[in-house]
Design a protein around this ligand. Structure first.
Ligand code: IMP
Length: 191
């Protein structure tokens, strides 16, 4: 089966190839010669994942899937959520995003949060959504140098280390993205 994964992020592609195994031939956007800047204008993760998947399906007629991820903080009513990349401004600055998050949590007792990834699949024209969640909490200070985004301040439930203190393998074994990918994989295995 051939599926387009609407991304050009090499790490995401490799992780997804490892999870889906040999039965799916994954093609990146570059591999189908798509260099468009696909707008992400929805106000939900589901909406943005669907926008990207529909764009590819409608323009190229290829079965495909797209993902969108957000950090949802309970005491902030689910913010930054779908706006996680641009929380502190349009230039996707992780350091500024973390500063703003820590600032907004100052004085709050409840620091629980979750990462959530939504995958929208369009297979032969039929749409399906999958999600993956990892619960955890936001630490008071940054810890660790691995990973990206909010990893230095996210401590997954049941662990004392932040995502940024874990090896990539350890993080991938429990991450929101790998859980969403596993849900997609389980579905594809039923076909
Ligand atoms: P995307 O949908 O995968 O591009 O993720 C949107 C934003 O969520 C990223 O720019 C990061 O700020 C944040 N994010 C997504 N996944 C992770 C993760 O695994 N660790 C830390 N931050 C993440």
């Amino acid at each position: 089966m051939k599926l387009v994964f609407a991304t050009n992020n090499k790490h995401k592609l490799e992780e997804m190839r490892a999870i889906l195994g040999g039965k799916v031939e994954l093609l990146s956007l570059a591999e189908i010669d798509c260099h468009d800047d696909i707008p992400e204008t929805a106000d939900t993760l589901e909406g943005n994942a669907l926008i990207k998947a529909r764009y590819i399906f409608e323009k190229y007629g290829l079965s495909c899937f797209a993902d969108d991820t957000g950090l949802e903080v309970d005491a902030l009513d689910g913010a930054p959520g779908v706006y996680s990349a641009r929380y502190a401004g349009e230039n996707n600055d992780s350091e500024a995003n973390i500063d703003k998050l820590l600032q907004n949590l100052t004085g709050k007792n409840c620091r629980t949060a979750q990462f959530r990834t939504v995958i929208a699949l369009i297979l032969n024209g039929e749409e399906r959504l999958f999600d993956g969640i990892v619960r955890g909490s936001i630490s008071e200070q940054r810890r660790g140098a691995c990973g990206f985004g909010y990893d230095p301040v996210f401590v997954p439930e049941g662990y004392t280390e932040s995502f940024a203190e874990m090896s990539a393998e350890q993080k991938n074994s429990i991450s929101h993205r790998s859980r969403a990918a596993a849900a997609l994989n389980s579905y594809l295995e039923t076909l």
